[in-house]
Design a protein around this ligand. Sequence first.
Ligand SMILES: [Zn+2]
Length: 687
Amino acid sequence: MSSNREQDPFERSRVKTFDKMFDKDLEYQWHLDLYKKLCGTDLGDATPGGGRNRRVVVRRWPRAPNGAVIRELPPGYTTPSSTHLWGERLLDFFSFSRGTDDRLNHVVSTSSRLSAWMKANGETEYAKDEMIWANTEEPPRVRPAADIMEIINAKDLLIMMGSCGVSLPRELADADEDTDADPKPAAYPFDYKNYPDPWPLVPFSSNTPTLESQIPFHLLPETLIVHDPFRLLHARTPRDKDVDWTSVDDVTHKYKLDLTVDSIKENIALERSKIEEITKNATPVTVGISFYRSDERDSGDSNPTSVPGNAYKITVPPPPPPPISVPEAHLFLSPAHTVGIGNHSRVYHAEWDLPRSVFSKPKICNTCLEEAARKIISDKADSTLDDNSPGPNNFFNGSLDFREARTPKITFAYTKFSFKYADLEKSREQIHEDHMHTLEDEKTTSYIEYSGSMDAIHITTVPWYDPASSSPPPCSHFAQSSVCGSLPESPPPTAQVSVVAKLSLRGDNHMKREAVNYQRFGMQFSQHWTGYTLATPLHDPTPMGAITPVFYGYYSKEDSSDSDQYFSPILLLEDCGTPIEPDKLDFDDRQECAALVLRLHFHRWTQGSFWPRNILMQLGDHADFPLMKSANDRRFRLIDFGRAKCLMDAQEADYSRNDNLYQKYWDDERFDEKSAIGRVLEFHYPT
Ligand SMILES: [Zn+2]
């Protein structure tokens, strides 16, 4: 196995550990053979084209010979969309024995759960390496999408340079014949005729970036102005795909955000009152601690470990308050950007124009803050030292100790495998010696320990920046550090992103139900997390990517009752790629797709429509900037939840009927869906 520089960024842990462990083909093969003997699955043949499945559980947690029987493991790390088994790295999954007889109860669990049981039951000495390893596991973290504001800024630069996008002819944009040479006041959002040149652009002329970040429910636009000159909102099959925006009159319709789930509405109100509260009682923000040491070299020691010094808490005024709501956004639809025509729906790529404030978070420059703090501290020091000649000790009221911490080397020992099968014993013997693998080298971390009192320094000279605005202009540090540097001119007050707009055929209720289901999923199913989860009956861990696309709102036409014409509601979703073709996926991919629906089941939902056309694949990781995305990174998502069902509803229905009928229906459906996995994904699926 060669280590590939273009490894999937998600799999950094795999590069760090798995490749290191099996850097020789011989050993890898040995493990595959071992796996086959234990699990009966031939991983060498599992993948079309002879490739191998690389996400396997290969470690075993050794048990003390007199250890107690493990009846139940304590809970370990989990995430809102994982199963009860989550591990940061593949090597955090272990098979283990509940009792001391190895042949009984081979079960798989994770570092965090196993080590917690061992600690609680005093079995910490036997699996020493594994305990140290478990200690190094990092808790789960959300993996956010690449900063969309940076992506938009980079795009704006290209547009300003004229290398991207086509300006809408001015007569179409209805420009005022304003010949004043005075600088124009900044345009209001959607006041398109006053946008700075070269905006506004012809819709779909600038290859808008795909929105992959979540927008909190309270910031979903309340009103959507839909630009639909090609009359797609009637959800009929479009006649012409060859369209020209500059040769048609724009037709707009007013749509309203239509959220129906009570808990979501309550959450929105709560979120808004929270922001109001925080804004009202805004207090200075602590941004860091600054140390100031004396230059003392009196001891003759050129590298003293302890010197007199001070520590200061650095505070700044609170950032400008975040938006509380988004009153308006615009959506552009074109038959030239059709995604799919289904039995119930029409799906289009749409351009979504939103106020920039939705995407931007205020930033403050740490380098400028550090410079400002240093200046204040050294002024203080100078005046103190001038006033009191005896020496610097009057100024310093603490001491700084420079220390180092070592984390030990972590090794992986093959010899810890203690299977009793006779034939296995033989092959183990052959490579018994010297197979200790270093998983992590010894590490030294330097840190400063401060003892003494701490003063606060409040800095008011460094401004907060709004990445969505060019005033105030960013400092040189920000200008250099952002993807595109600072923009030469002001961009317009809104920015376009690409989303998917789903329309429903007249008289069909699937999409309305789907919109409700997306609201009930909340944020949890569309979040990406670090690490892996194991969804039984699969034997192997799968990555903790999102299960569903991000939901960007459900919109209905305002005052549609007075018209005979049908206007479809609009479901806005993240664009997650194209349907999979199972025979082109490798074994790991198929298991990942299977895990999506199994994770949904674990969280008490069925999908109701598990077919390859409802599993999307996208190339490139959401956390990478567009230019950095790699076609090697395959990401999968389930779509189409018009038939999805929640166990909770079944339980409620049963409660009022006083029986178990609907729960049984739900469970039958879950079982059918589970049984269909192997057939749908065309692989030998464990049962
Ligand atoms: Zn700066």
